[in-house]
Write a protein that binds this ligand. Structure first.
Ligand SMILES: Nc1ncnc2c1ncn2[C@@H]1O[C@H](COP(=O)(O)OP(=O)(O)OP(=O)(O)O)[C@@H](O)[C@H]1O
Ligand SMILES: [Mg+2]
Length: 451
């Protein structure tokens, strides 16, 4: 049976374009035209994956995310966002969204994220995840990060508990996988659980599992993540979000290396390596009484901190090159030229940005910029980010080198973003007819952009 996807967007055209494309890729698509409808569809039928627009009138994407995560924490949810609501997207990641895509996006990037999501969904249905997935390259030339990687390699060989701190999008999960893959557990499972995304009661049963009949609704026995991670590594993502009672239970697992399945009689002994991540300071959480001190010391056996991207700007050009290659392999750009160069002012614009969403945000910006380029060089004008303090987004700077076609496209998309994709308002600002605007968008769509 082909994997099933629930697609939610209140824009009819977008819904149609997306479901056409994804059906052609071999997925079974069901659609909803509001968040409320999506939540209600999901409660009566199961899907392998959910894709939802963030901004919708009746039940927005965040609502969809929260509601679905409550009942089905393993279902990957991808949110579609406009650049203006990128902060929402970052929050969504913290709540356990699988990923987000920024409008406009290409068929290829859509396919890639959907494929990743479906793979993850199907994996999580297997008794244990495959620990041998290839490690993506950890790109950095920053001395702090390189030292960190070196240490990571060394401590990977022991079973020591690792606490990875760092802002959203700095690569915490990547580092955790790196450690797993360099360890003697590399052939075992790598099981991740996002403590922020799952409501408390459910988190407990996800972690510990339950016996048949342990509570109403426990129709079948279910193994917890600790047991599923046996002989491998468990990643407790956003551990700082765990409730105090659950923290007490986690402490017991770490101390005694066994778990008490809910409703089970005997403790089950487990052989796992624990890695935890947090995007806030756990020390501060302890000081404020929200995190148990004894658990903090148990987890903090080996602390590692990933610096935010703004503190390792030297990595930006390196990462840009890496993401350029990653996102335009082979036929990716249709019959367009491959982007191989980045102009100096483009680099300057990237260096000048704050990168609140860190490396994940940089990757998105590069991926998007590629879509704008007609030639082989990425210019400042192709990059759509807010220049700090100016309140303006590049390509506000009129830099020579852009073709009129590129400039027009950038201006139209930027205007649409600023008016939240209200076409009537955008047409007015651009001083063109709504019809003309619609035709332009159609043209871009035919070029392979989802807008
Ligand atoms: N050093 C790096 N080299 C290449 N890609 C990276 C690097 N660091 C992060 N990435 C990419 O950036 C994205 C975010 O990384 P990751 O999920 O590991 O971050 P995170 O710190 O766990 O974020 P969050 O707090 O939002 O969960 C991923 O797509 C990852 O592949
Ligand atoms: Mg993470």
């Amino acid at each position: 049976m082909s994997p099933s996807i629930l697609l939610t967007d209140d824009d009819r055209e977008m819904r149609y374009a997306l479901s056409e494309t994804l059906s052609r890729c071999g997925y079974t698509i069901d659609t909803a035209s509001s968040g409320d409808e999506a939540v209600s569809k999901f409660s009566s039928k199961s899907f392998d994956m959910v894709i939802s627009d963030i901004r919708m009138v009746h039940g927005d994407g965040m609502h969809v995310l929260r509601e679905i995560k409550k009942h089905s924490p393993d279902t990957p949810i991808v949110l579609i966002t406009a650049y203006g609501t990128i902060d929402n997207a970052v929050d969504a990641m913290k709540l356990g969204a699988f990923d987000y895509i920024i409008k406009p996006f290409s068929i290829e990037s859509l396919e890639e994220v959907v494929k990743k999501g479906i793979d993850t969904a199907l994996d999580s249905k297997k008794p244990a995840t495959d620990g041998k997935r290839p490690v993506s390259e950890f790109i950095s030339n920053d001395s702090k990060v390189l030292r960190l990687l070196n240490t990571a390699k060394q401590i990977a060989l022991s079973d020591v508990t690792v606490l990875i701190e760092g802002e959203s999008g700095t690569g915490k999960e990547m580092l955790a996988k790196f450690i797993h893959n360099k360890s003697h557990r590399a052939d075992g499972p790598f099981v991740a659980i996002n403590c922020a995304a799952i409501p408390d009661g459910l988190l407990e049963s996800e972690l510990f599992g339950y016996e048949r009949g342990a509570f109403t609704g426990a129709i079948n026995k279910r193994s917890g993540k600790f047991v599923l991670a046996s002989s491998g590594t468990i990643l407790l993502d956003e551990v700082g979000e765990m409730s105090l009672p659950l923290q007490a239970k986690l402490l017991r697992v770490l101390q005694e290396r066994h778990v008490d399945t809910i409703g089970g009689r005997e403790p089950v002994f487990i052989n796992i390596r624990v890695i935890a991540t947090t995007n806030k300071s756990l020390k501060k959480e302890v000081e404020d009484g929200r995190f148990r001190e004894d658990l903090y010391y148990r987890l903090n056996v080996f602390p590692m901190t990933l610096p935010p991207l703004r503190e390792r700007k030297g990595d930006i050009p390196l990462l840009v090159d890496y993401f350029l290659k990653k996102h335009q392999q082979g036929e990716r750009r249709g019959n367009k030229m491959t982007v191989t160069k980045v102009s100096e002012d483009a680099v300057a614009a990237l260096l000048n940005h704050e990168w609140k969403g860190n490396i994940r945000e940089l990757e998105n910006v590069v991926e998007r910029a590629i879509l704008m380029v007609d030639g082989d060089t990425l210019l400042a004008g192709h990059i759509m980010i807010e220049v700090r303090g100016s309140g303006q987004k590049t390509p506000a700077t009129l830099a020579a080198g852009l073709s009129v076609h590129e400039m027009e496209k950038a201006l139209i998309l930027k205007t649409l973003e600023e008016v939240d994709w209200n076409r009537t308002k955008a047409a007015k600002l651009l001083n063109i007819g709504v019809r003309t605007l619609r035709n332009k968008l159609k043209e871009y769509r035919e070029d392979g952009l989802f807008i």
